[in-house]
Every structure is written in C-alpha cells, then in structure tokens.
Ligand binder design. Structure first.
Ligand code: A2H
Length: 253
C-alpha cells in the first residue's frame, strides 16, 4: 500500500443473463464485475475481463438495484465509501471463486466489442483494487501478454476450461496513438523488449513504465466521442461521463 491514496475508476461490466447455475441465486438482479482501472479513456479497446482463478470473490449489494462481484477486501472498503446497501457493512449474497466467473459474458461501457468474456489471469493481486481487471491489450502490456499467453497456449486454455470463442475472435483494437510507439503501444513494446509471458515481471515493469507516462503526455485518442483530443484532456471527460451515466463509480484505497 502506498502512502498516498490511489483513486480508481470502477467500471461496471454487466453480467448478461441468463445466469449460469453458479449465479442462479442472483437471478433478477443487475450484476456487474467491477473492474478497477487508472485508464478510463482506454475502455473502447476492451477485449475481455480478467479474474484470478483461485481468487475468492463475493457478490455484494452496493445499493437497491446493483450487485458487484469483487473481493471481500474491496467490498469492505466500498462499504466505507457509501457503496454498500447496508451502511459501513458489506452485504454478501453469494461467495464465488474465479473459476465460477471464467466464461461469463459481459457488456462493458464504451467497449467496441459488444460482448466480452471473463478469462483467467495468474498475476492478479488480491490486495489491490477489486481483484477484477478489464483487459485492454492495445495499451496495457500486462493485458497484451496475458491474452497472448492464452491465445498461443491451447493447454493453458484447456486447464482453465476456456472456450476458443471467448478469446480467439478478439483482436487488439487501436484506440490511442503515441508518436513513439504507434497505435498499439503495448504490443509494440512487448515485442521490442522480447517479453515471453505474463510472468516476465521485470520486463513487464519496464514496458509499463515506457508506455504509461508517454500514453498520458503524448497520446491522442483515435476513437470515440473525443477522437483527436489528447489523452490528458479526454481522460477526465470520459471518467466524469461514465460516472454521471451510472456506468462507473470512483473508489479510493
Ligand atoms: B489498468 P496500480 Cl490500458 N492486480 O487498467 C493486478 N493489476 C491490477 C489490479 C489487480 N488487483 N487491479 C487493477 N489492475 C491493473 C487499464 C490499463 C491499466 C491500461 C494500461 C495500464 C494500466 C486496462 N487494464 O495499468 O498498481 C489495472 O490496469 C498500469 C499500471 O494501482 C489498473 O489500470 O498503479 C492498474 O493495474 C492499477 O495499477
């Protein structure tokens, strides 16, 4: 945990009904995987969501209508930020693991892909954010490598019972141009640094350092309502719009 609180945007990725048998107790509710992001302006390029297969999650009532699937730790923090049906107390309807979430079809705000799926990522930390991450392989080296691993390793898909149609049709979407790195900055940097897998921690840290700052200072939006605007300008506008429309909430830890 840092000294300064980190502010995340929680993206409400709606689980599309009909629900799987594991989720049948939630029938009739609006259920979301709530993904913590620092890059709300990249949501156009979502190709999937990430969950930790052995991670423990719960379905928590955040108000009268909405249920968020997140870690218990995040639910407790949310409860102290007025994001629980019962003030200052998480209200858990159902306990789940990441395995129960793999393959859920989702509708996520701004995504150019109308339906995306929850897939396994092995490097998710359970003590950060909500334990749910949205995947933007054009601009996130972690997401690019995790998707690359699953796409290129049929045995990895088999291990986690991932169906081909949940990821093979999903290509990297260009959404932001960075003069130094082009329109798919994460892919370029991962290839340039010869990163082998999602577990290549040191090189991934370098890739993130290279792309993160440049994306913010030099990036230009290629798609969406703020096409042509600098990322610096578009970022707060997109975040505020998502929150105003009820498609995201702000969360700090
Ligand atoms: B970011 P910081 Cl396009 N475990 O969102 C691992 N990673 C997590 C996480 C967890 N529990 N919770 C959130 N994250 C990811 C988009 C994105 C992100 C892009 C580019 C860079 C980037 C799409 N994924 O992050 O440690 C989320 O991925 C680069 C650091 O708080 C979140 O933002 O700095 C970011 O890490 C939060 O990381």
């Amino acid at each position: 945990e840092g000294v300064q609180p980190q502010e995340y945007t929680l993206i409400k990725m709606e689980v599309l009904p009909p629900f799987s048998s594991k989720l049948s107790a939630l029938e009739g509710k609006r259920v979301f995987l709530a993904a913590a992001t620092l890059r709300p302006e990249t949501m156009y390029g979502q190709t999937n969501a990430w969950v930790l297969p052995d991670g423990k999650y719960g379905a928590y009532e955040v108000n009268e209508s909405d249920v968020f699937i997140i870690t218990q730790r995040a639910a407790l923090n949310l409860a102290y930020q007025k994001l629980s049906k019962i003030p200052e107390k998480p209200s858990c309807l159902l306990e789940l693991t990441g395995h129960d979430l793999i393959g859920l079809p989702l509708k996520s705000p701004l995504s150019l892909n109308e339906i995306i799926y929850a897939l396994p990522m092995l490097t998710i930390l359970t003590d950060k954010g909500t334990g749910i991450v949205t995947s933007v392989p054009s601009d996130s080296p972690d997401d690019y490598m995790a998707l690359h691993d699953l796409k290129s390793k049929p045995l990895l898909r088999e291990k986690f019972k991932v169906k081909d149609e949940w990821l093979l049709p999903f290509e990297v979407i260009p959404i932001i141009n960075i003069p130094e790195f082009g329109d798919k900055s994460a892919e370029k940097v991962c290839v340039d640094l010869k990163i082998k897998s999602q577990n290549d921690k040191e090189k991934l840290a370098e890739a993130k350092r290279l792309t993160y700052l440049k994306g913010f200072t030099d990036g230009t939006m290629l798609v969406g309502e703020f096409k042509g605007k600098k990322v610096q300008e578009a970022k707060p506008l997109i975040k505020n719009k998502l929150v105003a429309e009820g498609q995201a909430v702000v969360y700090s830890e």
